[in-house]
Write a protein that binds this ligand. Structure first.
Ligand SMILES: *Cc1c(COP(=O)(O)O)cnc(C)c1O
Length: 420
């Protein structure tokens, strides 16, 4: 099946007489004929046992997302933050370190720089364009993974997935990629060597600003038995001595995430949340195409406003710093998000935003409706000026999330706000 078809037909398998639409299975538990059956499920969790870590509605959505990304399995979480956290904790313990590029979503920077540190896991940040020598110098014997973001929120630089995958693999560690903005419709990081993908499903996947969520997807390709990951190759005493690589083969990572981390931390979505996410996923391919088309038209308009606009970041726009790289990783479009800087800095940026009438000011992005946010005073408020620069943000920058309205109306609104 092509990806548009997968959006509609993967995940929920309908048998004779089943409901046509994905049913919401509203139950915390499931019943079985024998004690032995349940005991067997603890050895091989092929059916849902308990809603802290499994539910049939969520399971169908997980299968759909795994199919869209081309992975062997997926696990949904209650937020994108929870997905990023668990993707790391599945590989690291206190005393380990991780390597991440500096152009990441602000919430991920907080998580890695501050909260993980309190858990004893240090994050080394590197410039995403650092040369080979600088990358090599940042690796330590205790580095367990490399982390990047396909299309960084909000700097919109395109991450060189293939290069960082080769670099990680040379050190026998995996590459984790946050693929939230492109979604698997525009980029599938596994095709470029990434090992694990995470998403905030809150954004385009949900698409309607209805339900927060996240997901971790496993490519099934990384060799966890390479000697660097003893938690995968030695018995887990919290899980009746299971050795993940032996018991679960190429599903070791995603089953460990569920049966160890989700079991213990319990940040699993409700069935109703997964039902809403599925509605978004069904139309994802159609919506992404229109987001890209509208955003490119808006970016071209912004480029004509030379008296107002200092700079524009949109990798789909010819002449953008990442235009060539986007052709490789994002050949079908660069999502609906544009970041641009207004001449006159912070003060003029906020005046412009307050004058918008159609576009709304909100703490969100990738909404079905056009919306704007000012990173320096909102999502990235905690960063120092130096960290702002490293994340590719300046005080006059506005993050414009182009929605699915008629593009003429979006441009008319921007035009009147420039006038104001
Ligand atoms: C929003 C976002 C997150 C965090 O997701 P939540 O669902 O808000 O927890 C992570 N990564 C990126 C790129 C995001 O845009």
């Amino acid at each position: 099946m092509k990806i548009e078809t997968k959006c509609l037909h993967e995940g929920y398998e309908r048998k004779n007489g089943d409901p046509g639409a994905l049913p919401i299975v509203q139950s915390t538990t499931y019943v079985f004929d024998s004690t032995q059956h349940i005991a067997d499920l603890f050895d091989m969790p092929t059916e849902c046992m308990y809603s802290r870590f499994a539910n049939p509605t969520v399971d169908a959505v997980e299968k759909k997302i795994a199919a869209l990304e081309g992975g062997v399995g997926a696990m949904c979480t209650t937020s994108g933050q929870a997905a990023s956290l668990l993707s790391v904790l599945n590989l690291c313990k206190a005393g380990d370190s991780i390597l991440a590029v500096s152009s990441l979503y602000g919430g991920t920077i907080n998580l890695f720089a501050f909260s993980l540190k309190k858990l004893g896991i240090e994050c080394i940040f590197v410039d995403p364009e650092a040369d080979d020598a600088a990358l090599e110098a940042a690796i330590r014997p205790d580095t367990r993974l490399v982390f990047g973001e396909t299309l960084a929120n909000p700097a919109l630089n395109v991450f060189d997935i293939e290069r960082f995958a080769k670099f990680a693999h040379a050190h026998r560690i995996p590459l984790i990629v946050d693929n939230t903005f492109p979604t698997p419709i525009l980029c599938r990081p596994f095709e470029f060597g990434a090992d694990i993908v995470v998403h905030s499903t809150t954004k385009y996947m949900d698409g309607h600003a209805l339900q927060g969520g996240g997901v971790i997807v496993d490519s099934g390709k990384f060799d966890w038995a390479n000697g660097n990951f003893p938690d995968f190759t030695e018995p887990d005493e919290s899980y009746h001595g299971v050795v993940y690589t032996q018991a679960f083969g190429n599903m070791a990572y995603i089953i460990k995430a569920r049966m160890q981390l989700m079991r213990d931390f319990g940040c699993y979505p409700a069935a109703n949340s997964a039902f809403l996410l599925n509605l978004g996923l069904e139309t994802l391919a159609v919506r992404m195409e229109r987001y890209c088309k509208n955003a490119l038209t808006v970016a071209e308009f912004l480029r004509t406003r030379t008296e107002d606009v200092e700079s524009i970041a949109y990798p789909g726009l010819p002449g953008d710093k990442y235009y060539e790289r986007a052709k490789k990783y994002l050949p079908d479009g660069c999502s609906g998000v544009i970041s641009f800087s207004i001449k006159g800095g912070r003060e003029r940026a906020t005046r412009f935003m307050d004058a918008l009438q159609l576009a709304s000011r909100e703490v969100h992005v990738a909404d079905i409706r056009t919306c704007v946010l000012h990173p320096a005073s909102m999502t990235h408020r905690q960063l120092t000026d130096e960290q702002l620069v490293a994340a590719g943000i300046d005080a006059g920058m506005i993050r414009l999330s182009v929605g699915l309205e008629n593009v003429d109306d979006i441009i008319a609104d921007l035009e009147q706000a420039f006038g104001a």
